[in-house]
Design a protein around this ligand. Structure first.
Ligand SMILES: O=C(CO)COP(=O)(O)O
Length: 249
């Protein structure tokens, strides 16, 4: 049985004054029946990890550089994330692919770096609306999976997040059938590439306008092992409801 994962992506939101939301969330959720993660801005990782220590909440980052150290002004390495108390890193989010031109092979190199540092990588894949309308969704996702994920993945080091680009921050969500089709496809590709043992144990999250109202329903879809939540992860009261929905799924 794959344990569900409720993962929040704060994106470029959050100041020191937002750390109270993490303490409040810890209090609200107690010890839930799912794993919980908040990927904060890099500036908050260290203090967030201290606040979340001994609670059910893990802290992670939203990106890392592919190199260990060096002349890369403004960048953060996977080791630095670990040093600050992070356990996970989101890689290849569509906003980074769009804003920073990140390619599948760039995401693969970053994933290798994350693994070398001991982080769990959450590798994001997903189609644009144009790609879906052209019936290219599975081709696009198959290509992203093949190139963005390095060999030797394990259930401990890899989580895949399916985030349809058109569902992010829009309030639109795919139908449950559409989500199921893509998640079943990702599962089949993981099993084919990494074997049944690993392929069946890697968690596959859904992301894109997940909220307290739709989380329980989305979590019933086969091969949905949790959520990667943007806007609804910023407020402890909202995210606690999503944690609860995934705990009871
Ligand atoms: O991009 C997302 C999570 O990584 C989803 O964002 P929203 O939940 O705000 O749509």
């Amino acid at each position: 049985m794959r344990k569900k994962l409720a993962a929040g992506n704060w994106k470029m939101n959050g100041l020191q004054s937002s750390l109270g939301e993490i303490a409040a969330l810890a209090e609200m959720i107690g010890q839930p029946n799912c794993d919980v993660l908040l990927c904060t801005p890099a500036t908050l990782i260290n203090s967030a990890a201290q606040i979340a220590d001994k609670s059910a909440i893990n802290i992670g980052a939203q990106d890392c550089h592919a190199n260990e150290t060096g002349a890369h002004t403004g960048e953060i390495s996977a080791d630095m994330i670990v040093d600050a108390g992070g356990k996970y890193v989101i890689l290849g989010h569509s906003e980074r692919r769009a804003d920073h031109g990140e390619t599948d092979s760039c995401v693969r190199d970053k994933t290798r770096a994350a693994w070398a540092a001991g982080l769990t990588a959450i590798v994001c894949v997903g189609e644009t609306l144009e790609q879906r309308d052209a019936s290219n969704t599975l081709d696009i996702i198959g290509g992203q999976l093949a190139t963005s994920i390095p060999d030797k993945a394990t259930a401990e080091t890899l989580v895949v997040a399916y985030e349809p680009v058109w569902a992010i921050g829009t309030g639109l969500t795919p139908t449950l059938d559409q989500i199921g089709e893509v998640h079943d496809f990702i599962r089949a590709r993981l099993e084919r590439r990494f074997g049944e043992g690993v392929g069946r144990s890697v968690r596959v999250l859904y992301g894109g306008s997940m909220n307290p109202k739709n989380a329980a329903e989305i979590a019933t879809v086969s091969n949905v092992d949790g959520g990667l939540v943007g806007g609804a992860s910023l407020k402890a009261a909202d995210f606690a409801q999503i944690v609860d929905a995934l705990s009871n799924a």
